[in-house]
Design a protein around this ligand. Structure first.
Ligand code: NAD
Length: 256
């Protein structure tokens, strides 16, 4: 039987590469995201690797819609073996100007949706005696940077939740781990380059060199492929004892 994976936020950036890699490995894939061409993206990947796919554009801001996404996935595929909580947003601002609405949305999408999705999938994974929950946190789940109060709080929160779910999932072969990338060049980061340039009053080139990659020992953006390969490893049958851990793929940032 082909296993089923749901990757939230998989019609863009890191999620799209993770979902495509799972499809390549023969998984059935539930795509998800707000991109208008999500259905086309899902079908194209499904045809390329000859696997069953579906797509949902449910909005992760609302707990009912997160629960609906899990229910829809299980009703289409019959199972849900791997949940990759990947969707996320960013906003960069000094705290005194940080809009409350942006703070609420970052906490809702980057952290609360991880709770609601994991909670909603739990009974299915218990029945299956198999579950793999993979949370895409960030190096900002391990380290702070100025002007990112909401994002850093949410990503640290996800790492705490990862540890708790690992403990609760242990009797049922449900594992839960976090992947913590440094900077990856995706649409989320492209827009940050603009925002940071404004905040730091710098050119975009200087932001990349002097702000973003400053803290990484390896002066390269982290490859999306490396993140996808790590997710595939964590999802394997043989990864039962890899749980409750955060994997930093951050070019040596958190080694310091
Ligand atoms: P991206 O902007 O390319 O993709 C984000 C995805 O989330 C999109 O599909 C978008 O539609 C979806 N999404 C956003 N808001 C949503 C909502 N309300 N409801 C449903 N879906 C929503 O971003 P990315 O860079 O690929 O980031 C993916 C994850 O990786 C995020 O959690 C991000 O925090 C994390 N991350 C990114 C980097 C980086 O440098 N790009 C580094 C570390 C961690």
């Amino acid at each position: 039987m082909n296993k089923t994976v749901l990757v939230t936020g998989s019609t863009s950036g890191i999620g799209l590469v993770i979902a495509s890699q799972f499809a390549k490995e023969g998984y059935q894939v539930m795509f998800h995201g707000l991109e208008a061409n999500g259905n086309e993206i899902a079908n194209e990947v499904g045809e390329r690797y000859n696997v069953k796919v579906a797509f949902s554009s449910s909005n992760l801001l609302r707990s009912e819609d997160v629960e609906g996404l899990i229910e829809e996935t299980i009703s289409i595929f019959g199972y849900l073996h791997v949940l990759v909580n990947n969707a996320g947003i960013q906003y960069v601002s000094p705290i005194e100007d940080f809009p409350n609405s942006k703070y609420k949305n970052i906490i809702a999408i980057n952290m609360n949706a991880v709770f609601y999705a994991s909670k909603a999938v739990w009974s299915q994974m218990k029945r299956q005696q198999f579950g793999r929950i993979i949370n895409i946190s960030s190096v900002h789940g391990l380290r702070a940077s100025e002007f990112k109060s909401a994002y850093v709080a949410a990503k640290h929160g996800v790492i705490g939740m990862t540890k708790v779910l690992a403990l609760e999932g242990a009797p049922y072969n449900i594992t839960c781990n976090a992947i913590c990338p440094g900077y990856v060049k995706t649409p989320l980061v492209e827009s940050q380059i603009d925002d940071q340039a404004k905040v730091h009053k710098m050119t975009k080139e200087d932001v990349i060199e002097k702000v973003m990659l400053k803290k990484q020992a390896v002066k390269q953006f982290v490859s999306v492929e490396a993140i996808a390969e790590m997710a595939i490893l964590l999802a394997k049958d043989t990864s039962t004892t890899i749980t409750g851990t955060s994997f930093a793929l951050d070019g040596g940032w958190s080694a310091q």
